[in-house]
Write a new protein. Structure first.
Length: 149
């Protein structure tokens, strides 16, 4: 038994990972902003890493605290905090990285986010990073249209 009653010393991280069910999400087309339809014309579910990628892109495109359908833990805050504010380029990169980490690390399937790269575009900013989850490592590309370096 632990000295702290809120810490269960019998559980390890590997036990927690094994207890997570297979992640499932509806297949989604982010370019057209719609659910994908299968051969029978109905929506369908994807699993594992593909489902996690959909969850990540949805979390980063949803404004936190703006929709009652989502908990306050879901979503990202850069729309309120970065759009329309001028700041040093390095500070802006650090803030974008911080908002992404805060938005995604609430997911128990995600273990680590690293290798952030920023590309300034005329329409905004592209952020690329590596996401290590229980399903492996995947490179995620997130377009942020409202924020520019």
């Amino acid at each position: 038994m632990s000295v702290f009653p809120f810490i269960d010393s019998g559980k390890t991280d590997s036990n927690t990972i094994e207890e997570l069910p297979l992640l499932k999400e509806y297949a989604y087309d982010f370019e057209n902003n719609e659910l994908l339809l299968g051969k029978n014309g109905c929506t369908y579910m994807v699993e594992g890493n593909e489902a996690l990628r959909i969850w990540i892109l949805k979390a980063l495109s949803t404004e936190r605290f703006h929709y009652t359908a989502y908990s306050f833990a879901f979503g990202c805050e850069w729309q309120d905090r970065l759009v329309g504010h001028s700041m040093n380029v390095e500070v802006l990169k650090l803030e974008v990285e911080r908002f992404i980490v805060e938005a995604l690390m609430v997911n128990p399937y995600i273990q680590r986010l690293d290798n952030f790269k920023f590309e300034d575009l005329q329409a905004g900013l592209n952020v690329t990073f590596d996401c290590t989850s229980i399903y492996g490592t995947d490179t995620i590309l997130v377009p942020i249209r409202e924020v520019r370096i």
